[in-house]
Ligand binder design. Structure first.
Ligand code: ZN
Length: 312
């Protein structure tokens, strides 16, 4: 069995693991991401050497945030680690003497979920990562779809409201402004501001102020049946359903996977999002519905996916 190493390069830590052909992690290590981006390649190489040990390794897959070129070699632009046209493949191959591929981290995580996680067995999968913002990945016809320039599969900046809420990308009305973890917190805070008397339980989970309400508080309150928290989930789930129905009109997948921090709320997010998707789908009642699933690999998805993408 061929083993490969997957590396998930995060803003604060670098996670590396030895992964077998069934997606199982045999060994893993974690090192801190250096503050100086010039030292990041050394830290990645160090993590690979540590985890490699005596394992016979065929290749290494790196998952990095940002735009990756279609040759899976260069990070075109990564705002959080201040890389522009960084030849990451070459830099790491020089240091470790193994073949390296570079993948977008969200695409790597999507591949992991589609092949070994929630959507195992499906060939046409759309993964929507609901975190602070919205990321994602597309698996079409059994292959990861990267686009001509390597930067496809990013649903977060799909415009859903003309002249809507301003977005960090410079446009207005982007999907992630309505359906992300930040949007969930915003929806809960707006409701708590409007009706502080009804928000006592939710406010008590934070510091007592509306601004103190965080995403984890909204999830906890919703689990306890808090009506304001549940309404906030319904609001972003409705937007997710809208987004999935639009994506289905274009791509007709057999499964959507909701991943990322907010998806850890499980059916609090999945069930209303699935209901909204079915309600909003064009031609509903006259076509099959895709399954709407919750991710199962958690924070390991990126590492497992990057390792597997290094094989092909
Ligand atoms: Zn945007």
């Amino acid at each position: 069995m061929t083993l490969t190493i997957g590396v998930d390069i995060g803003g604060t830590k670098i996670l590396a693991g030895v992964v077998d052909e069934t997606g199982k992690i045999l060994d893993s290590v974690k090192v801190s991401t250096p503050e100086n981006s010039d030292q990041t390649a050394d830290a990645i190489a160090e993590a690979v050497r540590k985890v490699r040990g005596d394992h016979e390794i065929g290749a290494v897959g790196l998952g990095a945030a940002g735009f990756i070129d279609a040759d899976r070699a260069t990070v075109l632009f990564a705002p959080n680690v201040s890389w522009v046209n960084e030849p990451l493949k070459t830099r790491i191959e020089e240091r470790i003497g193994l073949p390296v591929v570079v993948e977008n981290d969200a695409n790597a995580a999507a591949w992991g979920e589609a092949k070994f996680g929630a959507a195992a067995g499906h060939d046409d999968v759309v993964v929507i990562t609901v975190g602070t913002g919205i990321g994602g990945g597309l698996i079409l016809g059994g292959s990861l779809y990267r686009g001509r320039f390597g930067i496809g599969g990013e649903p977060g900046h799909y415009r859903v409201v003309p002249d809507g809420r301003p977005c960090g990308c410079g446009n207005r009305g982007c999907f992630e402004q309505y359906a992300s973890g930040n949007a969930l917190v915003r929806a809960a805070r707006e409701r708590a501001s409007a009706a502080p008397g009804r928000a006592k339980d939710l406010l008590a989970l934070g510091d007592g102020t509306v601004e103190g309400i965080q995403g984890s508080h909204v999830t906890e309150a919703a689990r306890n049946g808090d009506t304001i928290a549940l309404a906030a989930f319904t609001e972003i789930a409705d937007w997710l359903g809208q987004g999935m129905s639009d994506i289905a009109a274009l791509l007709d997948p057999s499964a959507f996977v909701l991943a990322g921090g907010v998806s850890e709320a499980g059916d609090l997010l999945r069930a209303p999002a699935a209901e909204a998707y079915r309600r909003k789908l064009a031609g509903k009642g006259h076509r099959p519905y895709a399954q709407v699933l919750t991710a199962t690999l958690g924070p390991d998805a990126g590492l497992i996916g990057a390792a597997d993408l290094a094989r092909v």
